[in-house]
Design a protein around this ligand. Structure first.
Ligand SMILES: [Zn+2]
Length: 420
C-alpha cells in the first residue's frame, strides 16, 4: 500500500469514529479531574486503551523532580502517592524517528458552573469543563493511536501517547515523565490552538513582592512608614518596567497580527496591615508577567529586581523583597525550518488545512520538551482557545477529528513505515 493510501485509510477510519469520540470525551468530562483528583480520568483512559487493544501503563510521579530547576512549587504540598501519568506506546522497530502525543487530563475547577462535569452535546458541539482544555486533545490523540493500530500501520519509529496530570498547576506531570527518560525525537502537545500549528509559546512568571515599613498608631502617621504606600510606589515602578519591556520587545515573527499585546504585567493580589488603627508594617503583592520568547526567564527575573533597585527611593530600595517562588514557565520557540515543523506543515497542507505558523499566547507543558529534553515540540490541538477556563467551555467534534487526522498522518510521515 502506498503512503498516501495508508493515510487515506487511517483518516477515513478516524472520521468514521465520530460517535465513539463523542462518547469517550463525554465520559472523560464526567470525571472531575481537578488537581489531586485526576486518577478517575486516568483510569478511564487506561480502560479505553485496553478495550482498543493498546497496552498502557500508569507511571507514578517521581518525587525527585522537586529539586529540578523546572519544578513548579505548589501553594500547598499535594499527596504524591497513588498519582501518575498514563503512557501508551505503539509501533517502533527502532529504525524510524519517535514521537510523543502529550495531552493533559487534569482540569481547572468548575467554579460557579454547576454543570461543569455534566457534559452536553448539541450535534457537533460538546460542552463541559475540559472539553477543549485538554480532554478533547486527549481524545484526538487516542483516536490517532487507535486508527493506526486498527489499520495495522507498521510505524518504524515509536509513537507514544502521554496523558499527563498537573498541567494546570505548572507542568510537574510532564516534567516527571521527561526526568524518567520518557523522551522522543519530537512531540506534539495537544493543548488548544484551534488546530493552528504553534512552534512557540509565551512564558509566564509569577512574582511575590514584599515591602516593609514601620508601624505606628494612626495618631502618629508622620512618625511611621506605610508598607502599603511603599508597595504602591513599587507597583508604579513595575508598571513602568512593563512599558519598558513592551517597548524593547523585538517584533517577533510568530506573534505578528495578534489582536492584543502578548507582553503584559499584571498586579493581581495585595494584602497589608492587621488593624485599622495601625499603619501597615508589611505589604505583600503578587502578580504575573507574560512574555514572548525574546529573553530568557532568568534575565527577566534579574532585570525586574534591578529595575526596582535602580528606580526606588532610599527607603524602598532597602525594604523590598522580590521572589519568584511559584509558577516560572519559560517562553520557547522552535525555528520555522526545523524538520518537525516542516513535516507537520506538509501534513496539514495535504489535508487541505492552512499551514501558517503562529506563537501560542499562553504557556503550557510544551516548553518542557525543548527546555528539559532538547526536543522539537509543536503545540497543536482542536480546543477553542477563546472559551477555555470559562463556564461555556466547548469543542467542535469535527475539529477534534481533524486534529486526530493531523496526528496520525504526522506519525506516518515522521516515524516512517516499514513495509514487509
Ligand atoms: Zn491546558
Amino acid at each position: 500500500m502506498s503512503i498516501s493510501d495508508m493515510k487515506k485509510n487511517v483518516v477515513d477510519h478516524i472520521y468514521a469514529m465520530k460517535e465513539h469520540a463523542a462518547e469517550v470525551l463525554m465520559e472523560l468530562v464526567r470525571r472531575p479531574s481537578v488537581f489531586g483528583n485526576e486518577m478517575g480520568a486516568v483510569s478511564f483512559m487506561k480502560g479505553t486503551l485496553d478495550a482498543a487493544g493498546l497496552a498502557s501503563e500508569i507511571i507514578p510521579l517521581n518525587e525527585s523532580i522537586k529539586s529540578h530547576p523546572e519544578y513548579t512549587n505548589y501553594t500547598e504540598e499535594p499527596v504524591w502517592n497513588g498519582r501518575g501519568n498514563l503512557v501508551c506506546d505503539y509501533g517502533g522497530n527502532g529504525k524510524g524517528r519517535s514521537m510523543i502525543l502529550n495531552a493533559h487530563l487534569d482540569v481547572v475547577p468548575g467554579g460557579t458552573w454547576t454543570e461543569a462535569f455534566e457534559p452536553m452535546r448539541d450535534d457537533n458541539i460538546i460542552t463541559g469543563r475540559g472539553s477543549s482544555d485538554d480532554k478533547g486533545g486527549a481524545v484526538a490523540a487516542y483516536l490517532a493511536m487507535k486508527a493506526l493500530a486498527d489499520r495495522k500501520i507498521p510505524l518504524s519509529g515509536r509513537l507514544s501517547m502521554h496523558n499527563v496530570i498537573d498541567e494546570e498547576t505548572g507542568g510537574n506531570g510532564t516534567l516527571s515523565l521527561l526526568c524518567d527518560g520518557y523522551t522522543a525525537d519530537a512531540a506534539i502537545v495537544t493543548e488548544c490552538t484551534d488546530n493552528v500549528i504553534c512552534p512557540s509559546g509565551c512564558g509566564a512568571l509569577w512574582f511575590q513582592l514584599t515591602t516593609t515599613g514601620t508601624s505606628t498608631h494612626t495618631i502618629d502617621v508622620d512618625e511611621g512608614i506605610s508598607a502599603l504606600d511603599k508597595a504602591n510606589q513599587a507597583i508604579s515602578l513595575l508598571k513602568d518596567y512593563e512599558k519598558y519591556f513592551v517597548d524593547h520587545c523585538a517584533d517577533h515573527p510568530y506573534y505578528r497580527d495578534l489582536d492584543h499585546n502578548p507582553n503584559q504585567l499584571c498586579i493581581s493580589m495585595i494584602q497589608a496591615g492587621v488593624e485599622p488603627c495601625m499603619m501597615p508594617e508589611c505589604c505583600n503583592v503578587e502578580g504575573g508577567v507574560e512574555f514572548v520568547p525574546y529573553k530568557d526567564i532568568e534575565e527577566i527575573k534579574k532585570e525586574m529586581r534591578q529595575w526596582l533597585l535602580d528606580k526606588s527611593g532610599p527607603w524602598l530600595r532597602d525594604h523590598f523583597e522580590l521572589r519568584f517562588d511559584k509558577l516560572h514557565n519559560a517562553a520557547y520557540e522552535i525555528p520555522p525550518d526545523d524538520s518537525f515543523v516542516t513535516c507537520i506543515q506538509s501534513v496539514v497542507r495535504d489535508l487541505g488545512l492552512p499551514d501558517e505558523l503562529k506563537g501560542r499566547v499562553s504557556s503550557c507543558d510544551s516548553r518542557l520538551y525543548p527546555r528539559v529534553a532538547h526536543m522539537p515540540v509543536i503545540t497543536l490541538g482542536p480546543g477553542m482557545t477563546k472559551n477555555i477556563h470559562t463556564s461555556h467551555e466547548k469543542i467542535r467534534l469535527s475539529r477534534l477529528l481533524k486534529a486526530a487526522a493531523i496526528y496520525a498522518c504526522t506519525a506516518i510521515d515522521w516515524c516512517g513505515v516499514t513495509e514487509k
